[in-house]
Write a protein that binds this ligand. Structure first.
Ligand SMILES: [Ca+2]
Length: 236
């Protein structure tokens, strides 16, 4: 840049790209039109056409705020994710928030130890199974994209809201509006043996979103929407 400013003259080339117009007599939706336009630009630049969108910029900004060494590691081609999983940009940013609290290393990888710490899970067979569901390449570490895809895959299952409601009813032994810490502990004991009081309390505080000392149906559903992988704790 400095060298450019100290030249008497600089050369530049302007390439006019073909004007991309919507086809006459045919209804084309905005997504298709954007794809055709993006293709024309990518061809002009002689680069591969990707599915990066404004959502990726939001992810990049969030990763930069969290002082990540390489914020670009957290860009996931959101246009593709949005169309395949119907996951909104805001949902992706929330999942990135969660992932970044797992303390990823400089190459953007998270170990099972930090994964379990943030999800308040104790090391056990079920917890390892949940991690392995995300660790598709079986390297013992996960990337944000793997975490995002694993979470989105569960969150966008048509029966997910129904499963949340069923899980709440299953924990709610007394059939009242709230789940107590004791009831949550009893339900979790079925899938995670030998949970101690602190481990139950850790999960209880995660589920008690408004912090009023009891888990309402809203708390329960909100927590599972923020941490879809935890639905595994309540699967029969
Ligand atoms: Ca509550």
């Amino acid at each position: 840049m400095f060298r450019m400013f100290t030249q008497f003259h600089n050369f530049m080339e302007v390439e006019y790209l073909p004007v991309v117009l919507p086809p006459e007599n045919v209804n084309e939706n905005a997504v298709l039109f954007a794809q055709r336009t993006s293709h024309a630009i990518a061809t002009g630049l002689n680069v591969v056409q990707t599915s990066h969108s404004y959502g990726d910029l939001m992810l990049l900004t969030k990763a930069s705020e969290f002082k990540q060494v390489k914020p670009s590691l957290y860009m996931v081609e959101m246009a593709w994710i949005e169309s395949s999983f119907h996951l909104s940009n805001l949902e992706a940013v929330d999942l990135l928030d969660k992932f970044l609290s797992m303390n990823p290393d400089s190459s953007g990888h998270v170990t099972i130890h930090d994964f379990l710490r943030v999800l308040k899970l104790k090391p056990c067979a079920l917890s390892e199974k949940i991690f392995q569901f995300v660790d598709v390449q079986k390297t013992g570490k996960i990337t944000f994209k793997q975490f995002l895809l694993g979470s989105a895959h569960i969150l966008k299952q048509p029966l997910f809201p129904h499963s949340c409601a069923l899980a709440f009813d299953r924990c709610n032994a007394k059939g009242v509006e709230y789940i107590s810490e004791q009831e949550l502990g009893d339900a979790l004991a079925l899938v995670m043996p030998n949970l101690d009081v602190d481990e139950i309390h850790g999960l209880f505080t995660l589920f008690d979103i408004d912090g009023d000392g009891r888990i309402s149906k809203d708390d329960f559903t909100t927590c599972l929407r923020q941490n879809p992988l935890l639905i595994a704790l309540f699967s029969p």
